[in-house]
Design a binder for this molecule. Structure first.
Ligand SMILES: N[C@@H](CCC(=O)N[C@@H](CS)C(=O)NCC(=O)O)C(=O)O
Length: 320
């Protein structure tokens, strides 16, 4: 685990000391946009037209942020257009690395050894964290974007003329509602589990824990009346929430001490998780071996033995 400083790898853990023991997630650094015709995206730059075979995703199957991009790639029928390289689940002194062990693919673009080499290929003087997901442009040999929220938005629309897929995960009429859910779910839930798990002070942990379960209670209540967050239509807000929920009972409940209760003990959340898990193309993106191995065996400051728990035994294929 570490970061790049002026293009050089440094093995350092997150700095929580300067924030009273709180984990503060760094913002992503690459914000270019793929657009249907290469015209300028929200960043104001153009030059990234949607084309089959041009873009490539670097993901970890363990990572909830990267998982969002795999689900949207699948739901939007982009498997043939956008390739994927899967890193090793272990993230240790070199950060994310490439190998071809169980479920990992190696770097299918340039056979690199370390994921940080993808970043220095884009910017030899890059300073910052080296994260997944990354959307790579094989033609310009650079990182288009490394923010999952933006990548799923692009995958959700930019390639529609090529695929003919019209599923709209950010429909105009629901945008305000989707934005509002995203805004409350990111700090309390998506990042909330990390704020609890990576806290290095009791008060910081408890603050995150309280906000997390208050929001989960709210969501459970809401799902008593609605199939999805914004009503009867699946949107990107559901996908963003799902990738945290599917990891919760296996990892966050124990490893990150988010243990007031399991999600399976809620009334409506278990059915919601299964609803999304069982949508065509979603279950194949979920890999509990990578998920559990990554968290329990990579964060040695939290779990020094690196032992990966065998359970829990939860069947997401069953109706609930
Ligand atoms: N804002 C980013 C966050 C991505 C992120 O933090 N990914 C984690 C994996 S779950 C990572 O690569 N961490 C490595 C690090 O922080 O050094 C996104 O949503 O794409």
């Amino acid at each position: 685990m570490g970061m790049l400083v002026d293009g050089k790898w440094k093995d350092v853990w997150y700095d929580t000391d300067s924030n009273d023991g709180r984990f503060v997630r760094e913002s992503a650094s690459f914000h270019h946009w793929v657009t249907p015709d290469g015209s300028a995206g929200p960043d104001g730059d153009g030059g990234f037209p949607a084309q089959a075979g041009r873009y490539h995703l670097y993901v970890s199957l363990a990572c909830p942020w990267a998982h969002r991009t795999l689900i949207v790639r699948s739901l939007k029928g982009l498997e043939e257009l956008i390739g994927v390289s899967v890193v090793s689940p272990l993230m240790l002194e070199h950060g994310w690395t490439f190998n071809r062990d169980e479920g990992s693919s190696g770097d299918l673009v340039a056979d690199r050894q370390f994921h940080h080499q993808v970043y220095t290929a884009a910017d030899p003087h890059y300073t910052g964290r080296v994260t997944v997901p990354v959307l790579w442009d094989c033609e310009r040999q650079t990182i288009v974007n490394n923010e999952s929220a933006e990548i799923i938005r692009m995958l959700g629309g930019a390639f529609d003329d090529l695929t003919g897929n019209t599923l709209d995960l950010y429909p105009q009429a629901l945008r305000a509602d989707v934005d509002a859910w995203n805004e409350r779910i990111y700090p309390a839930v998506n990042n909330g589990v990390y704020r609890a798990g990576f806290a290095t002070a009791q008060a910081a942990y408890e603050e995150a824990y309280r906000e997390l379960f208050a929001e989960l209670d709210h969501i459970d209540q809401h799902l008593g009346q609605h199939r999805y967050l914004t009503g009867d239509r699946l949107t990107e807000a559901d996908i963003r929430l799902f990738t945290t929920l599917i990891r919760f009972d296996s990892v966050y409940h124990g490893h990150f001490k988010c243990n007031r209760q399991r999600l399976e003990d809620y009334r409506h959340i278990p059915g919601y998780i299964r609803d999304i898990f069982q949508l065509p193309g979603v279950a194949g993106t979920v890999d509990f071996n990578h998920i559990k191995t990554h968290y329990y065996a990579s964060h040695r400051n939290i779990n020094p033995t690196g032992i990966v728990p065998v359970g829990p035994a939860i069947d997401y294929h069953q109706a609930k």
